[in-house]
Design a protein around this ligand. Structure first.
Ligand SMILES: Nc1nc2c(ncn2[C@@H]2O[C@H](COP(=O)(O)OP(=O)(O)OP(=O)(O)O)[C@@H](O)[C@H]2O)c(=O)[nH]1
Ligand SMILES: [Mg+2]
Length: 297
């Protein structure tokens, strides 16, 4: 039987998603060892992109699984996480190594899908590009901790809601249950990889935009999704601050003034946080030079 040599370019599959959904656990399960740290604590765990090499199937095909930091991280903004992933994708694109598939993990335990998470879904779609979505598997996790009927109901909503996974599924992405109840999820993980490995390699939309079109991260479509909301939040916060100030100027009622002063304090704190995020963003704007250096321009 023909075997694949060690020097052969490996198939690459990246794993992305929010923090704590089980990305590193998935990779550890496939490799049947615990190379990657996982955390039971409330803090996010993976801070950098990490590659894990293994041999796949009877043919011993070289395979590279790419673990990524989770969105909604307890110590990094989503922009920071996107920047870390984008850097990795640019480097690998320039090294001539291409992805064969992407797994997006989502925990079925989440009782609500917040606006920030829905934004990550949209960002992820833009990161991949519509044409590549047939090489995307959306894997739901944590089935063992939710009542089956409830989990199935949530899964149905995830599939049918236009602000959740419906747009990606309509464009060819596949949604599967990654259940850990049987063999700790080993065969489930194998099925997902097996499905993705049938495809040829692809260029993600964000790779094309960063490398071929030489865009900077904030003006890629994925970057814009994250920035758009940030700018909108900033505008809303400033408008509300102005309105509160006007009300304060026009009322003499003691109780009302105390209430408004409290609200102003909260809004000022929120403005400070948004300001920090915008500063972070301009840091990534300067990455034009980082990518230019990388491109040798
Ligand atoms: N019960 C249960 N626990 C899970 C499942 N998937 C992951 N876990 C646990 O969830 C915790 C976090 O898992 P990780 O693999 O570190 O999650 P991650 O997505 O890599 O998180 P970040 O690195 O922070 O982005 C660990 O304690 C895992 O054992 C699952 O399907 N069911
Ligand atoms: Mg992790």
């Amino acid at each position: 039987m023909a075997t694949h040599s060690d020097t052969e370019t490996p198939a690459i599959i990246a794993v992305m998603g929010s923090t704590g959904v089980g990305k590193s656990t998935f990779i550890n399960t496939v490799t049947r060892n615990h190379t990657l740290p996982v955390s039971r604590a409330l803090n996010s765990c993976t801070k950098e992109v990490q590659e894990v090499r293994l041999k796949w199937g009877d043919e011993q095909r070289p395979l590279l699984l790419v673990d990524t930091p989770g969105f909604g991280d307890s110590s990094m903004s989503d922009t920071d996480v996107l920047r870390i992933i984008a850097k990795y994708l640019v480097k690998s694109h320039m090294a001539g190594t291409k992805l064969t598939g992407v797994i997006y993990m989502h925990s079925i335990i989440d009782r609500k899908v917040e606006g920030s998470t829905r934004r990550i879904f949209r960002m992820f779609q833009e990161l991949c590009g519509s044409r590549n979505l047939n090489q995307v598997v959306i894997a739901t996790t944590w089935w063992d901790k939710v009542d089956a009927p409830l989990a199935v109901e949530r899964e149905g909503q995830l599939c049918s809601d236009k602000t959740l996974f419906k747009p990606m599924l309509d464009l060819g992405a596949t949604m599967v249950r990654h259940e850990m109840r049987h063999d700790h999820g080993f065969s489930s993980a194998q099925n997902i990889l097996h499905y993705l490995l049938q495809y040829k390699t692809m260029d993600l939309k964000i790779q094309k935009q960063l490398v071929n079109e030489k865009r900077s991260l904030p003006v890629t479509n994925a970057g814009e999704v994250i920035n758009h909301d940030l700018m909108q939040n900033a505008r809303q916060c400033i408008d509300r601050l102005e309105a509160v100030q006007e009300e304060l100027n026009s009322t003499k009622d003691g109780a009302m003034r105390r209430f408004l002063l409290e609200e102003r304090k909260e809004l000022q704190a929120e403005k400070k946080v948004i300001g920090k995020q915008i500063k972070n963003l301009s840091k990534s704007l300067n990455e034009r030079s980082f990518f230019s250096r990388l491109l040798g321009l």
